[in-house]
Design a protein around this ligand. Sequence first.
Ligand code: SPV
Ligand code: MG
Length: 430
Amino acid sequence: MKKVYIPMVANHIHHGHIDVIKRASSLGELTVGLLTDSVFSYGKELIPTDYEKRKSLVRHLKGVENVIPQESLECDFNLKNVRPHYFLQGDIKDWFNQDSLESHKNIPNILKEWGGQIIDSAFMHDKFYYSPQRGCTTSNERLGKLRKLLDSKSLIRVLEVHSALTGLIAEELEIKAEGNTQEFDAMWSSSLTDSISKGKPDIEVVDLTSRTITINNIFEVTTKPLIFDADTGGMPEHFAFTVKTLERLGVSAVIIEDKTGLKKNSLFGNDVLQTQASIEEFSHKIQVGKKSQITYDFMIIARIESLILEKGMEDALCRALAYISAGADGIMIHSREREPGEILEFCRKYKTFDKKVPLVVVPTSYNKIFEHQLIEAGVQVVIYANHMLRASYPNMLAVAKSILENGRSAECEHMCMSINDILTLIPENR
Ligand code: SPV
Ligand code: MG
């Protein structure tokens, strides 16, 4: 009996899988190398179901004799063990990217050792099977992505978004650095930038309905997970509804800050009157939120304002302990110092906690800190909280001013993207 090997993700089983399995099993005894979660659990193509669940589906498909884990994009290890006569490869560009092609480069030489053959399963090239569509995901799938990322990456990099266009930047921008692809993992719906882009101050005056309109616009064109800034969360009774609304939309996490009364932006610090909630009051709000959520995946992250309000490190640590006990799924520690000293001190002490949850930071003022330093400190989520809006406004203002000053737009042309670039900016237009 000849042996056949196919690597497979089997994320969503469709007739493309059935066709290729049919063809492979007609050649001999078929072993499927099922890619494990850690191989794929980054970027946009997160596996929504875990390995065991995918395995239980694949091994019941007609024609599949064995399912074994494939622990990397390279099939080399499994091929050497299985020694198949035939290796079926689909269009791996569609699974992933250029890295996938790289990962298959040794296969011909490996197969040569025992006279194995590559069969190009041409019908897998049919885009119909694998066309990843922009902004194409379900609420549930998106919601679960943040926890999966936390399980698989040392640092989740989050970019502020306040519109579909900024969402597209977070979704699509990729750069190659030292051979690795760098991208944003998730999006931050900032109360500051959502309010300011609606011409309103950051004082919880933009209501949830308006905030969800922004989210829906963003969700229509993206697939990455989103963390929502819900300010103080409002009254606990109201927060219970906010959690349900966000969860239904497919938001992955909400962050609420331990302030009470009229909320002002934290970066004002004590220059304006800001009141911190009591530990009991805020813990109660966390508990109400946790009771209200339906899925396991949704996260409620507690944001501690003690350093912002100069209440001291001990107060911040004591609150972290209390909020974790109340059920918080993450802790955000905020600072408006220009140096990262107090944040790093908090992180050092946080490391000694018996029970820890992911730690989130927002290095807006202490912006010289590198991501690798945050990873060393034990931070798991870094939010670049307002940069898209802060970047765009000065340029828009300068262009508008130039038109007024010159009575025409020629002088500011160099400050604008070309018409061709804007026409082709949206992928559907390309
Ligand atoms: C926001 O982006 O709205 C935040 C972070 O809450 S900060 O502005 O730093 O308070
Ligand atoms: Mg905010």
